[in-house]
Write a protein that binds this ligand. Sequence first.
Ligand code: SF4
Ligand code: SF4
Length: 543
Amino acid sequence: MSEPCAIGQAAFRFHGGIHPPECKDATRDRPIRDLPLQAKYVLPLQMHIGEAARPVVQVGDTVRRGQLLAQAADFVSASVHAPTSGLIAAMDEHPLPHPGGLSARAITLVADGADTPVEPLEPWPDYSQRSPLELRHRLREAGIVGLGGAVFPTAAKLATDGKTAVHTLVLNGAECEPFITCDDRLMRELPEEILDGARIILHLMGASRCLIGIEDNKPEAQHSLNQAACGDDRFTVVSVPTRYPAGGEKQLLKVLTGVEVPRGKRATHFGLLCLNVATVAAVYRAVVQGEPMIDRIVTVTGGGIVQPENFRVRIGTLMGAVVAAAGGYTVGTDRLLMGGPMMGFALLDDAVPVVKASNCLLALRPQDRPAEPPPAPCIRCSLCADACPADLLPQQLYWHARAKAFERAVDHHLFDCIECGVCTAVCPSHIPLVDYFRFAKTEVWAAEREKSKAHQAKQRFEFRNERLARIKAEREAALAKKRSALADKTPNAGVAQFEPNPVPQASADAAVEAARARAKARRALLEAEREQHPTAPEQEPPA
Ligand code: SF4
Ligand code: SF4
């Protein structure tokens, strides 16, 4: 059993990794501020891994803050709620935060400024009276997803195979990506929300202990959570050496428990469950306060921002409005990223909404980022493989991705790549390796979607044919039944039918002979008449 009030030290380390410049000073001491209400919100139906949510409102409806706008459409899906009260003005394609500027279906809400709340979900302060099923259902209703970047629906993540009991909850407070401080501020300002959320998960999973991993560059957050957890000996705050990407799920599990989750396995197979600190705070608010996920904390930072801040931002706020609230862009800013410099991606513009995955808006000027020399050929130095925290061979993956040999890339464990960007950072040839891997994954997913579409179309065709055959067979059976019923009602039913007697063969031959003789006689008569009257018109004698 752990010592209460003692901060533990990580006993293990993960393979590879790097220590990039942290760049967190601009916002680490900026308290979380609520972003003022906006006039317009755009809510994509798919802000999570899995199926897009299904709208339950229509254009022209008025809604209240927290009202359900779109329902989770599948087991792996998440509901979407109104961030404020107002009018549903549109439901159409809208640009998303996506590296390629992709658009997708979204609900546009025009705020009425009143911010009127809907009747909340029933608060469950005594959540221990609730079953795991009820609690998972609540998280699904409230649209809770992982806020560490994966945006995997939390209710689905908590559904285990039932074979292995989860004994240890690991809270991810590492926040290893440079520039980002939203989790740091949350841990410093609202440690009780995090711990209460963790207690709900411990109850739900039947787990007995919770390890909270925080990098050693956040001593205030370690102290804050350690103080709040003091007296509950299920909790241990563990100081993790600052090394990117310590916040990767597998990497943190290795560092805190020594367990290496192999390829194709989940942490729950080893009795472990890992959740981000912001996710469990959202769990607390959904269960104890009955609040759906309508906001998140976003770090707005970088040399391109006038006054870097940490904001609590309502989901659907346009990014340009968030930047404006932070004083706007500095002169010369030419790049806006969603996420940090390692795992984030550049946006085409800021007219896209903050979504559940938006932990950071990073605006940069050319002088804020390293020079980007043109890529040179791979020199097979293997530095990328040495640094890869997922134990992959990035140079091999690169060859296959570049040659569009995607199946071979998959064979080389493309989908174990966590897109941490470490290989790109260490490559002396400046090859944008992670961009190739993202591209390859997108292509594989697109091919899978096409395959699945074709499969569904084939199934639909077969179902249709089967249905038509079934209808035809049923009609024929009904017709046969009718005929048989009719036959039962006919008075002569059961009487043998009349059949003409066959003509004997001998008399048939005689009749033919007689007909031939008559024809011969007619021809002879005709010949005789022609001889007597040579000009008479040729005509057949009457038969
Ligand atoms: S680090 Fe770059 S140059 Fe070296 S092996 Fe990897 S891809 Fe090739
Ligand atoms: S981006 Fe992928 S391949 Fe590159 S270091 Fe990270 S996990 Fe390894």
